[in-house]
Design a binder for this molecule. Structure first.
Ligand code: SF4
Ligand code: SF4
Length: 101
């Protein structure tokens, strides 16, 4: 099942996940990343490297995150691919602290 980026990525966007992904399935806007479910090969490499636990395999998705399946599909098709690690957003460390990581 595809992997999905959820709201923990918002205002954070550390992009460690991009560096560990074997295919080009991450897309970005100014706030967070999204995974193209048609390109993701479900290797799971992105999950342990995310510092704020923003990524889930769909089969392990908490019920309150389900809407992110639709959002990732829609947003990834509308946004450019991001294929290299970038600087985190200026709000990243504050966001990480807010989330308790
Ligand atoms: S590693 Fe996590 S916080 Fe960083 S861009 Fe990827 S999903 Fe977002
Ligand atoms: S599960 Fe693998 S292929 Fe899918 S987004 Fe994560 S690193 Fe990329």
């Amino acid at each position: 099942m595809p992997h999905i980026v959820t709201d923990n990525c918002q205002r954070c966007r550390f992009t460690e996940c991009v560096d560990h992904c074997p295919v080009e399935c991450f897309h970005a806007d100014d706030e967070q990343l999204y995974i193209d479910p048609d390109v993701c090969v479900d290797c799971g490499a992105c999950i342990p490297v995310c510092p704020v636990q923003a990524i889930y395999d769909v089969v392990d998705m908490p019920d309150d995150k389900e809407r992110w399946v639709t959002i990732n599909k829609a947003r990834s098709s509308a946004l450019p691919i991001i294929s290299t690690k970038q600087d985190p957003l200026p709000t990243a460390e504050a966001r990480r602290a807010e989330l308790g990581f």
